[in-house]
Design a protein around this ligand. Structure first.
Ligand code: PMP
Ligand code: GLN
Length: 400
């Protein structure tokens, strides 16, 4: 049989036009490079330590007891939907009906894809903060939408949203805003003032909002009152907002792929219409375990944050000592750096060479930009790793 090529017999490309620009995700590419070279992987954002033992045990118990080994209900098991609603109430004072206003998904990734497939018509414009998480671009494209990036720009040590630019980006064709706070890859946490203005704009222009809040528990208060505030809690927002959450980051089980949305019954029904034809359902036994995880006491979240904050500081200080310009993140797993002080201009070339040069893998932020030149010098490092791994990575990077 002839080897498969990237075109069919007619010469037509096999991969459809909507996906052609995307290739392999940067995370897969860089994790493969880490494996091949034996480099320390500070690229793809996954912890190198599993989450709480009792939650791992809860999954084992579910599996042994035969809970979730067959298809769970389409919207997610009731225990998990109730736990999600209770989490939103307890943390943010937001009330959601577990039966009509919560939908469990295969990670936040499916929640993003299903939301866009459900809510976007071909030709609709979708505004996303640039740099944007890679699946946003692909999901907008699959839905036939047009992405309209609004660039976060470095300003006084953080990447800042220009609200005038956001306002100017809205046109009569704008269907929805796709937000992300805490923001991957920049580590920016949108402030109450910024969210207030975004909410006003959304109401004024009657836009839907999909807000990816998967790093909601990874926010570091450096004495400046930084906190995660859900966009759905602002006036006029609950009825137009799909809020996306995920257990992966909060409980350090990224492989379990338990995500969810909370929204109005109408929006949940719309998103479920798309979701049911993507995975239908996923993660059966893990849904039971995450229902227990969501009910962990506040002390779990506090100590998780303290732990991650120490790692952020360890890596940020190490990168500074190694000569990078460091944007110390207010949230997420990631620290964005500028490589220009090292005499480098192209983050992509830098990241491709880094494993061979010093045995460390990082992610070039440029891949998250339409305006590649705006992202060219920025490189992202993940700090959700053991302290000794971070220390070794820093010592290697100091030899640059
Ligand atoms: N959104 C953002 C901003 C992310 O960084 C990620 C990756 N962790 C996801 C969504 C996907 O989350 P999940 O693994 O739950 O699909
Ligand atoms: N969210 C993770 C990151 O930003 C990657 C997840 C994935 O590989 N899709 O590193």
């Amino acid at each position: 049989m002839a080897a498969m090529t990237s075109t069919s017999g007619s010469g037509r490309p096999l991969l459809n036009r909507r996906l052609a620009e995307f290739g392999t995700t940067i995370f897969a590419e860089m994790s493969a490079l880490a494996l091949k070279t034996g480099a320390i992987n500070l690229g793809q954002g996954f912890p190198d330590t599993d989450g709480p033992e009792e939650i791992r045990e809860a999954a084992v118990r579910a599996l042994r007891d035969g809970r979730g080994n067959q298809y769970p209900p389409g919207p997610g098991i009731p225990e998990l939907r109730t736990a999600i609603a209770e989490h939103q109430r307890r943390r943010y004072g937001l009330a959601y009906d577990p039966d009509r206003e919560v939908l469990v998904t295969a990670g936040a990734t499916e929640a993003i894809a299903a939301s866009l497939l459900a809510l976007v018509e071909p030709g609709d414009e979708v505004i996303a903060l640039e740099p944007y998480y890679d699946s946003y671009a692909a999901s907008i494209a699959l839905a036939g939408g047009t992405r309209v990036p609004v660039t976060l720009r470095p300003d006084a040590g953080r990447f800042r949203l220009d609200l005038d630019e956001l306002r100017d980006a809205i046109t009569p064709r704008t269907r929805l805003l796709l937000l992300n706070t805490p923001h991957n890859p920049t580590g920016t946490v949108l402030t109450r003032a910024e969210l207030t203005e975004i909410a006003k704009l959304a109401v004024e222009r009657d836009l839907l909002v999909v807000t990816d809040e998967v790093y909601e528990h990874l926010v570091f208060d450096d004495g400046d009152g930084t906190a995660h505030i859900p966009l759905a809690s602002f006036p006029g927002m609950r009825e137009r907002t799909v809020t996306i959450g995920s257990a992966g980051k909060t409980y350090s089980f990224t492989g379990w792929k338990v995500g969810w949305i909370t929204s109005t019954p109408e929006l949940v029904t719309a998103v479920r219409s798309a979701k049911q034809f993507l995975t239908y359902v996923a993660s059966g036994p893990f849904q039971y375990a995450i229902a227990e995880a969501l009910a962990l006491p506040d002390s779990y979240f506090t100590s998780f944050q303290q732990d991650m904050r120490a790692k952020r500081d360890l890596l940020s200080e190490g990168l500074t000592a190694a000569g990078f310009d460091v944007y110390r993140p207010a949230g997420t797993y990631f620290v964005t750096t500028d490589v220009r002080p090292l005499g480098e201009a192209d983050g992509f070339a830098f990241c491709r060479a880094l494993p061979e040069r010093v045995g460390v893998v990082a992610i070039p932020n440029a891949v998250f930009y339409d305006h590649r030149e705006a992202g060219a010098p920025f490189v992202r490092f993940a700090f959700c790793k053991k302290d000794e791994v971070l220390a070794e990575a820093v010592s290697r990077l100091k030899s640059l």
